[in-house]
Each structure stands twice: as C-alpha cells, then as structure tokens.
Ligand binder design. Structure first.
Ligand SMILES: Cc1ncc(COP(=O)(O)O)c(C=O)c1O
Length: 398
C-alpha cells in the first residue's frame, strides 16, 4: 500500500542530480567543490557547544513540543529587533511555535492550512517558480492544485499575483513566498509584502512567507512580512513567517527554527506537532535560544557572504548573466542547457551545481524558468568559493 500522489511526484532535485552525474568522473587532480547543496559551511558559532555543554542535565527530559517559554521569547525578541516591530505585536506564547529547522514546518503548514475544498472547489496553493521543494510537497500531498508563479524580470521573479485567475484566487488556500528568494536572491519590498497581506485577507488565504535567508542580506536589511502586518495596523491574521538558524547561524545540523504568525494557525500547528512533530532536544533548544539572543555572530557570518559576493562581482563580471542579488547565498546563472552545463562542470572542473530546471516546473505558458540556468551555492569559505567561480567561468564562459 502506498500514496499514489507521492509516487507521482517528481524525484527530489538532489536525487535527480545524483542520477545525472552518476557516470561522470571529475578530473583526478582537482579537489571537488560542492556548490549544489545550500548547506552553509562557515564555522558554527561556539555559543552552540558552550551552551550544550552547560545543559547536560537536560538530556534526560522530554522537551516541550512547541518550545520552552525562554526559547519562544528569544524568537519573538529577534523578530522585534530585526524588523523594528512594535512591542506586543508578537506574543511568544500565542504567536510563535518552535520547529526543527524551517523545512518541517513549511511542509506541516500545508497539513494545517489546506482544506479539502475552498469555496466549493479544489483548493489552490500558489508557489514561486523555481521553488523550495517543501512548498510543492505540502501542496501536492494535501490534494491541492499547484499554481507555479514565475513572475517577471521587472519584479525580480517574485510571484506575480495577476498570474492567478479570479476563479483560482477564489479557491486559493495558501500562497508561499520566499524572501530573499532562493535561488534569485530577490528581496520583496514592503509595498509588495503589504499588497500580499491585503490580498490574503481579502481572499482569506494563508500567506506563508519563508524568510530563512532574512539575515543574509548584502545591502540594507531586507523587509519582512511582519513589518507589512505592522504597517497595516492590525495583528498577524492570515500570515505566517518561517525562520531558521541554519543560514543565520551557519548551523544546519542544529535543526532549529520557528514559525510565527496568526494565532489560530499557530495553535493548530502546535496541535498537529503534538501528534506527529519532532522536537528539538532541550540542550540544543538552549543553544538555539542563546543564538536568537545574539546578533554579533550573525554580523560576522554576513560579512563572510559579502566578501564572497565581492569576489563573485570580480570573477563573473559581464558573464553568464551574473548579477549581485539582494540577499541569500545563491547565484542563478545563465548557462545554456543547464543539465549539460552541470555535467560539464563536474566532468571538467570538479564543481557540482544544480541544473535550474530541477528546482522549477513548467508554468502555465509551458516554460520552466529554470531551463537554461544553473544554481550555484556560495556556502564554502571565500577562497574555495572564488576557486569554484573561477572554474565555472573558465569552463562555461571562455
Ligand atoms: C528557501 C529555503 N527554505 C527552507 C529551507 C530549509 O532549511 P532548514 O530546514 O534547514 O531551516 C531551505 C534550505 O536550504 C531553503 O533554501
């Protein structure tokens, strides 16, 4: 017995990449550089090991599923500092739920927010295109019609809501956004976010905003969805923000993040997680709490990313459609046939990248916006990244 929807779903992007490169051998004399996986490789802050060592007594306890009070307060405190939110907008007890990173809760939000029907029809879930795979999984496995919104170059490829017909909008149960976006690195402006909040409330859908790259900005701090809620003057109705320490604190192995937003949805998410959610162990939750309370390590982390984009500015100037993004740590390069480029880069330069088409789908015009692109993650130390980018330029742009 099995779920036919799951069987029908496209293979996960990294499985497809493994299959694509299975018979390709990188040159013997070159150290491989992995630029496919968005796994931050900066030294994790020593706050983690120090804090965990100080809370060894807690390994023997079941941690609270939704997060301990101090943990939730740290998350809410960070939101207030990061976005200059008015005190009281985010009540840690009512509006925040701790989670294992952000992937799990991005997926579980679909279980909570997608009904069997919306306004008498099949629910629609709109997602950016390309997209992080959890949005797609949440929509498909909850029986929704998936609308992939590719946006336009002028809008930095953020979803353009006019791509949804009026009839689809009536059936829309959820819209996922990502800002700064993976892979294009576009930061949504406050006007865009405010319009999204307005639409969500007008059409009563859940606006699920993935802000896991919120601390990796290259210029001014990027706006957040809760700022749009504050600007609208009300509460957090219809809105969720997803955050993570994986990128902010270079600690993807810690598996710690949180969701904040609409009180009713957060309460249902907590109920769902009480049945089937994994819980971050208490000593690790203590470390997460300390990380959310500290900004100095984040500043150092961001400086490393800026240094890498400075190198990218030099190495890739004028080639492969390179541009410096607003945030995040990806390059979304023009590379002709993306699969062919990925195979060549592995075969000739020992550099592993993702063909753009693997993280997108054909949209309503039949075009996969990832065709002709590769996604490159700048996650290693600056010298390794510069070496990887030089190999990419020499292989694809000479
Ligand atoms: C856009 C986006 N959202 C969410 C995640 C999930 O990360 P985590 O579960 O480690 O917070 C990732 C990871 O690469 C991502 O790129």
């Amino acid at each position: 017995m099995h779920n036919p929807v799951l069987d029908d779903m496209a293979e996960y992007a990294f499985d497809r990449l493994r299959a694509l490169l299975r018979d390709v051998t990188p040159p013997a004399g070159l150290d491989p550089i992995i630029m496919s996986l968005g796994e931050p490789n900066h030294e994790p802050p020593d706050i983690i090991s120090r804090t965990v060592a100080g809370h060894g007594d807690k390994w023997g306890r079941y941690p609270p599923t939704a997060g301990a009070a101090a943990h939730l307060e740290a998350c809410a405190g960070w939101l207030e500092r990061r976005y200059g939110l008015p005190g009281g907008l985010v009540d840690p007890a009512r509006h925040v739920c701790a989670a294992m990173g952000s992937r799990e809760s991005l997926y579980m939000a679909g279980d909570v927010c997608i009904p069997q029907t919306k306004n008498g029809g099949r629910p629609v879930v709109a997602i950016p295109n390309p997209f992080y795979q959890a949005y797609y999984g949440a929509a498909k496995l909850n029986g929704a019609e998936v609308a992939v919104l590719s946006g336009s170059p002028a809008g930095g490829y953020l979803p353009d809501f006019s791509e949804l017909s009026g009839e689809q909008l009536r059936r829309t149960a959820m819209v996922y956004l990502c800002t700064p976006s993976n892979p294009q690195g576009t930061a949504a402006g406050l006007d865009y976010l405010s319009r999204a909040v307005e639409l969500a409330r007008e059409h009563d859908f859940v606006l699920a905003v993935d802000e896991c790259y919120a601390e990796i900005y290259l210029g001014e701090p990027t706006p957040g969805i809760l700022q749009a809620c504050a600007a609208a003057g009300g509460g957090l109705e219809n809105v969720l923000t997803f955050n993570s320490l994986s990128k902010r604190s270079s600690s993807p192995g810690l598996r710690s993040g949180f969701v904040a937003g609409d009180e009713g949805i957060i309460s249902r998410l907590k109920r769902l997680r009480a049945y089937g959610g994994a819980t971050i162990p208490a000593p690790l939750a203590e470390a997460a709490t300390a990380l959310w309370n500290d900004d100095a390590h984040v500043e150092a982390n961001r400086a490393l990313y800026r240094e890498k984009f400075d190198r990218a500015d030099e190495i890739l100037a004028g080639v492969l459609g390179y541009y410096r993004p607003d945030g995040g740590f990806f390059l979304w390069l023009e590379a002709g046939d993306g699969e062919e480029a990925a195979r060549r880069l592995w075969a000739e330069a020992a550099v592993r990248v993702v063909p753009g088409a693997y993280v997108g789908l054909a949209d309503r015009s039949g075009v996969n916006p990832g065709d002709g692109r590769i996604r490159v993650a700048l996650v290693d130390d600056p010298a390794t990244v510069a070496e990887g980018l030089t190999r990419i330029r020499n292989t694809l742009a000479s």
